[in-house]
Design a protein around this ligand. Structure first.
Ligand SMILES: *Cc1c(COP(=O)(O)O)cnc(C)c1O
Length: 407
């Protein structure tokens, strides 16, 4: 057999994705005005859509204090990080952000990394090796799965939100060191992990509990400290947490927060920390401003909670297939990929932008519309969304899967 040609293989795979309604394309956002954005469509035309798919839960991404801090610090220190942290790229703005986030989360230490994706690779690669085990919820974010692959450890997964399943998997791998990792708020479902039960199991099994707070930071708990704090747990029960800066904090980057010795070990050894350029200090400074806002502006969380309640009440009245979520992630279950795409397209025709989330991001047969809410949405925006959903719902009532083009 001759060696397969990669170009031929990718062409065949793309045809397969098209046939399965799984093509994914980017689209250019030309301008943003609050929660509205002007986008360029596939035919080259442009139109304004109302954003119900971003993760800017607190409305901080375009906040004046955040963007002006970014500009001021960029004027002082430039646009780039210049080098990796351990060479000469570590800046006072990085340390200031680490200290502010450790203080916010009432934890001993924090380490700033390039992104949440890199941070999850760093934690698992930095702590586990081939004789160790990483036990994970089946619906964990892809970056946690990839971290276990990079570490070369054994990956064992348990049924979603099932602490007994986690216990079984830990018991089945009694020899190596163990990390028990879970999303705090699940990114595609919006539900919260059974954190107290996981903490008990981790302690009993001498496993280190690691909670990914990407969608909980700024949103849940007092002062927005996240799902761990909201569950009444601290850094002794959860020695490591991931805070991302790209979602509720409206910026870019991530921090691993927790036990000082574990955090220092990552800073000194984790490959995804060492072998990459430091985050631009201006971004770190802007994120520090966002952290202060997120802490202080309790009204943003109150507002978000009101919008979530209004949306759920409205969706329930329409008989929509809501999932059990009290967070700003409010998915509507569609089942097959074609229905999710058709629904997203029908909403787009009414000026609403939501993501049609399909496998492999979610399990087979679990395609959904992932609607996300932000404190920057208005009551009028929500009414527009619910009116559009009412029309689309009628449109699709009783309909079976039908072809749709790509979103
Ligand atoms: C978005 C996300 C990440 C990755 O964070 P980035 O900063 O965007 O790389 C990690 N974990 C979860 C659960 C996420 O939703």
């Amino acid at each position: 057999m001759p060696r397969p040609l990669l170009t031929a293989r990718v062409a065949a795979l793309r045809q397969q994705r098209i046939a399965q309604q799984r093509l994914r394309v980017r689209r250019d956002v030309l301008r943003r005005d609050g929660m509205r954005c002007e986008v360029r469509l596939a035919d080259g035309s442009t139109r304004w859509l109302l954003d119900f798919c971003g993760n800017d839960y607190l409305g901080l991404a375009r906040h004046y204090s955040v963007s002006s801090t970014l500009q001021d610090e960029a004027a002082r220190s430039g646009a780039g990080g210049v080098a990796s942290h351990l060479v000469c790229g570590h800046h006072a703005a990085h340390t200031a952000l680490e200290q502010a986030v450790a203080d916010w989360l009432q934890a001993p230490a924090a380490l700033l990394l390039g992104s949440g994706y890199l941070a999850n690779l760093a934690v698992i690669q930095g702590l586990l090796g081939k004789d160790d085990v990483c036990v994970q919820d089946r619906l964990n974010h892809a970056s946690l799965i990839d971290g276990a692959r990079l570490a070369g450890c054994t990956l064992r997964r348990y049924p979603h939100a099932d602490p007994e399943g986690a216990l079984r998997q830990l018991r089945a791998a009694p020899d190596g060191a163990a990390l028990l990792a879970s999303d705090g708020v699940f990114s595609m479902d919006g539900d919260v992990a059974p954190l107290r039960a996981l903490a008990l199991i981790a302690r009993a099994q001498r496993a280190t509990l690691y909670i990914d707070e990407a969608h909980a930071t700024g949103v849940l708990g007092e002062e927005g400290r996240g799902s761990v704090a909201a569950a009444g747990l601290d850094h002794t029960a959860v020695p490591l947490r991931l805070v991302t800066l790209g979602k509720a904090l409206g910026g870019y980057g991530a921090l691993v927060v927790g036990d000082a010795d574990l955090v220092r070990h990552l800073a000194e050894t984790a490959r995804p920390y060492i072998y990459t350029t430091a985050l631009p200090p201006a971004l770190a400074a802007a994120s520090l401003a966002a952290v202060q806002r997120a802490r202080r502006d309790g009204w943003r969380r109150t507002r978000l909670a009101e919008l979530i309640a209004t949306f759920r009440a409205g969706a329930r009245r329409l008989g929509l297939p809501l999932l059990d979520s009290d967070t700003p992630i409010q998915p509507l279950h569609c089942g097959d990929d074609a229905s999710a795409l058709a629904l997203a397209q029908a909403l787009e025709a009414q000026g609403i932008w939501v993501g049609a989330i399909r496998p492999p991001t979610v399990p087979e047969g679990r395609a959904r519309l992932r609607i996300t809410l932000s404190a920057a949405h208005t009551e009028a925006h929500l009414r527009t969304l619910l009116d559009a959903l009412a029309r689309v719902h009628d449109l699709l009532a009783g309909a079976t899967a039908r072809p749709g083009t790509d979103i």
